[in-house]
Design a protein around this ligand. Structure first.
Ligand code: TXA
Ligand code: MG
Length: 315
């Protein structure tokens, strides 16, 4: 790790081999997934995982998601029931994290699970992430690659701006296509939604053939992104604003006269992909008061509204 900057790697064979070697040596490597950039470390290596918390300045009660190459890899760490296996088969590789009982013999650092008896696991749907996992050949613990409490990165430049110099390398795989984090489903017992994300609730329910329970108590500290002021830009955020008041910058959705627009066409997929880049841009503009257009609360709109509510929470 250098003092001023992290190594910027290309997503080619040489870059992926270097990234895998850094992981094997206990280093920290940020890499693109379809959702957001992750900050990866060898999930079996306590020291390496501890470095993730140090680099992010993250409260240590927050467990990490482990990224694996395929379902067989996930089964070596977790106990799957029929529901979990059906969800994995339907949505992996993809933006779905399953929380499952940790196998007694699982070689995963206690820091990854924050001492819980469960593990969050997923197979990312991104050629660079999958290429890195194949070359590394082991489980990669990776939270989003942002300093704790700041907006998740969807480009290598976002990662460099937040964590440059504090991590060994960044693999530049361009902009993340989905743009919001994975959906998290707790599959210990009856399946329950822990975090809205890149796979819409409706798609999960169609697969299950029944409604998915929501987390009973959103204040439970194992819930993802549960810190209320997570995802916050520096400015004060006002939601469901049909138009901006004096002194506000409008983050629009749909055909409105906005300073920045998540999707002028009113397309939720485009809005999700642009959400964090727009929040970063509001910071860059020095926006102090931000009004946000109403966003429909279905499909990816649920994940977008969840992140925006956190952005607007008092802090
Ligand atoms: O899309 C994503 O999920 C991205 C990319 C990099 O994969 N990762 C991500 O990680 O968003 P992170 O650490 O920023 O958020 C993961 C959330 C945490 O808030 C944590 O509470 C939850 O997952 N989580 C992880 N393991 C868990 C467990 N065993 N039980 C409950 N929640 C868990
Ligand atoms: Mg995060």
């Amino acid at each position: 790790m250098t003092d001023e900057h992290s190594l910027m790697l290309q997503p080619d064979v040489a870059g992926l081999e270097k990234a895998a070697a850094l992981l094997a040596g206990g280093g920290l490597v940020s890499f693109p997934t379809e959702t957001v950039y992750g900050l990866g470390a060898d999930a079996r290596n306590d020291t390496a995982v501890a470095k993730i918390f140090a680099a992010k300045g993250r409260p240590s009660f927050n467990p990490l998601i482990v990224h694996v190459a395929d379902l067989a890899g996930a089964e070596t760490f977790c106990v799957f029931n029929d529901t979990a296996r059906a969800l994995a088969q339907a949505f992996w590789p993809g933006a779905l994290t399953l929380v499952l009982p940790l196998r007694a013999d699982a070689a995963v650092s206690q820091l990854v699970t924050a001492g819980l008896g469960t593990l969050g696991v997923r197979v990312p749907d991104h050629p660079v992430a999958l290429g890195l996992l194949a070359r590394f050949g082991g489980p990669v613990a990776a939270p989003s690659a942002n300093p704790s409490g700041r907006i998740s990165p969807t480009t290598a430049a976002h990662v460099a701006a937040g964590l440059g110099g504090r991590i060994d390398a960044i693999v530049d795989g361009g902009a993340c296509p989905v743009g919001v984090e994975s959906t998290i489903v707790n599959c210990v017992g009856e399946p329950a939604l822990l975090r809205a994300g890149g796979i819409p609730l409706e798609a999960l329910e169609a697969c299950l053939g029944r409604p998915l329970a929501r987390l009973a108590d959103p204040a439970v500290p194992t819930a993802p992104g549960q810190l209320e002021s997570h995802y916050a830009p520096r400015g004060k955020v006002r939601l469901n604003a049909p138009y901006a008041e004096e002194g506000e910058v409008l983050l629009g959705f749909g055909p409105v006269d906005a300073d920045l627009n998540l999707s002028a066409a009113g397309d939720l997929t485009e809005a999700a992909a642009r959400l964090f880049a727009c929040l970063h841009q509001l910071d860059a503009m020095g926006a102090e008061r931000i009004a946000v257009s109403p966003i429909p609360d279905h499909g990816l709109g649920q994940a977008i509204n969840d992140r925006l509510k956190r952005a607007a929470a008092p802090r």
